[in-house]
Design a protein around this ligand. Structure first.
Ligand SMILES: C[S@@+](CC[C@H](N)C(=O)[O-])C[C@H]1O[C@@H](n2cnc3c(N)ncnc32)[C@H](O)[C@@H]1O
Length: 296
């Protein structure tokens, strides 16, 4: 067999684990043993218990060839989520591939904040018009559509790849979402549509900082999902400028923000002149993560 690593003396799961993890360690992977375990379990479709009980079991050549391929991709800093094709968000599996941002756990806070703010303004049965700007994998819009089945959820992305993958996720997870391809809120403004809730996790990394990101993010995740312009605030500026034309009389706006951006984004939201209250919410690490505005 033609492989990158030498597997010739590897016969058991344990030996494969040690060979893969020492290769990953040499290549600078931060948690080589755990990642090697995840790769073996992925190749064999095993849960952790099955894996731990099988240390002395023999491993077949086909699995070693698959494992070899994964090790080589990981040594090239490809994210595990792209290699495995999946990332969990809000307890559900989302398909991810290069071309779409891997959903992050902190974005779950954005989703929770939107739902919590809605319960303060509307009754549970209200059929709200909700828009998620910057679809990505569909993590936000699909989760909201599944958690609040009475809401009419629309999402917009400029990227055809993201829109295609999010459509796949919606049908895989059984979510009813309307997908639009376009520039931020432009498709809604053109159609003269107004919304009760606007939610977005837009690209927010200042352009010069994109070059400083780890290879795992910079090389493999789409630049369109990361680069927020010179100061990282381009999308927030444009979204907040559109609020007066876009929001209904009573509305919620919830935006995820990058580190040190919450104050600026809150100021942009207030400057729109249509929000009655603007609040900043930290994530579990205490980083200001969501700016949420309410129009009563
Ligand atoms: C940070 S990602 C968020 C993806 C997803 N909502 C999530 O939270 O995982 C930002 C998304 O915005 C999209 N995007 C960037 N610029 C855009 C624009 N001008 N109009 C519409 N979508 C845009 C990107 O393609 C990307 O999918």
């Amino acid at each position: 067999m033609h492989t990158q690593l030498d597997w010739s003396d590897v016969t058991t799961i344990r030996e494969a684990l040690l060979r893969a993890s020492s290769f990953l360690r040499e290549k600078g992977t931060k948690d080589p043993l755990f990642e090697a375990e995840l790769m073996i379990r992925h190749c064999l479709d095993w849960d952790r218990t099955r894996f731990l009980m099988a240390m002395t079991d023999s491993i077949d050549i086909e699995t070693l060839v698959k494992l070899d391929g994964l090790c080589v991709r990981r040594a090239n800093n490809e994210p595990l989520q792209y290699m495995f094709g999946e990332q969990e968000f809000y307890g559900r599996p989302f398909t991810v591939r290069p071309g779409v941002l891997i959903p992050r756990p902190e974005t779950e806070i954005l989703v929770e904040q939107v739902m919590a703010a809605a319960t303060k303004l509307w009754s549970e049965s209200e059929e709200l018009a909700v828009v998620d700007i910057g679809t990505g994998s569909g993590a936000i819009c699909i989760t909201l559509a599944l958690e609040k089945t009475q809401w009419r959820v629309t999402t917009v992305d400029l990227s055809p790849d993201a829109t295609a993958i999010a459509r796949e996720n919606a049908s895989r997870l059984g979510a009813d979402v309307r997908f639009l391809q376009g520039d931020l809120v432009q498709p809604l403004l053109e159609a003269g549509e107004k919304v009760d809730i606007l939610v977005s996790n837009p690209p927010y990394i200042p352009s010069r900082d994109v070059e400083e990101l780890d290879d795992e993010v910079r090389v493999h995740e789409p630049r369109l999902a990361l680069d927020g312009g010179e100061d990282g605030l381009d999308c927030y500026r444009r979204l907040c400028e559109a609020l007066p034309s876009l929001l209904k009389e009573r509305a919620v706006v919830a935006l995820e923000v990058g580190i040190y951006q919450a104050g600026d984004v809150a100021a942009l939201m207030k400057a729109s002149g249509v929000m009655d209250e603007v609040e900043i919410v930290p994530d579990l690490a205490g980083i200001e993560r969501v700016v949420i505005g309410v129009r009563r």
